[in-house]
Write a protein that binds this ligand. Sequence first.
Ligand code: SF4
Length: 350
Amino acid sequence: MKTTTTEKKNIRQLSLSELEQYFETLRQPRFRVKQVWEWLWQKHAHSFDEMTNLSKELRQELAAAFSFPALTVDATQFSADGTIKSRFRTFDNELVEGVLIPTEERKTACVSSQIGCSLSCKFCATGYMDRKRNLEYDEIYDEVVLINDQSEGTFGKKLSNIVFMGMGEPLLNYKNVLRAIERINSPDGLGMSPRRITVSTAGVAKMIRQLGDDKVKFKLALSLHAANDRKRNEIMPINETNNIKALIDALNNFYKMTENEITFEYILFKGFNDSPKDADELIKIYRQVPADLVNIIEYNPIDQALFEKPDEAAIQQFMAHLEKNRVNARLRHSRGKDIDAACGQLANKS
Ligand code: SF4
């Protein structure tokens, strides 16, 4: 359980029944627990002082017993296309980013699950940072709440979708990601449907199986980006221990257990994975998994990597090849490139 430097327990790490037990020791009536729980998960208080329907004594008692570390917005950048990138500061002064991607129909939050990342994908700015630590589930929840506030404040609309495609590998922070999603889904949390949430993984086969065994209700995206092991090893070192065959098996297990939507993500890199042969290999994988969709993503250059975006004709040829073979593929143009908020660009830059 997370503690602050003063070693007090984080109150949001308590379950409802643990909080009830604590209130029994205080001889406080049960409705007080409900009030505090509401402040923690629905009214989004960030300090005990904000819990104005509690007596001052009770607030002081809670503050003496527990810590209440909450994420704060450290900096915000606005893209010309409407995308908003936020840098959040944690209680221990770490920084992590989240993005609000608005379209006419959707307001999507792209959230982070770790501070930095250990998987070192070659095309991703986060992959060039060290992994500092996992985000706790209440910190992930805070990211969503703060981005939802931005969505309501800027566009007058609540978030419609959440994608775990920010910094970090969600399946290497499995418990916190699932617990955060439980709070996001819960009627006494944000009350958002799991069908509107997509968790994206670089491919941790064992944990994809675990998602199936846990019968989760959210959608899954696999960042494939190369359709044979030799090329995938080159750009995603995790493939050396989680090869494409292992991922196909794990995805089939996920689908068998949940019937939830699966998407492949495939960034096109000029001269690396954009040929008709690459498309054929991608089609072969698509045929082995009950995937709904292949998202073909425009590459966003980062300082460290040498890849380039293919020219438009090559992109169109690749798409036409997929369509001819009846692959449900969509070309995604990334948003927020001018503020380094696009796919693969998150790196806490100012
Ligand atoms: S793409 Fe995802 S898993 Fe790979 S380095 Fe970036 S954040 Fe980590």
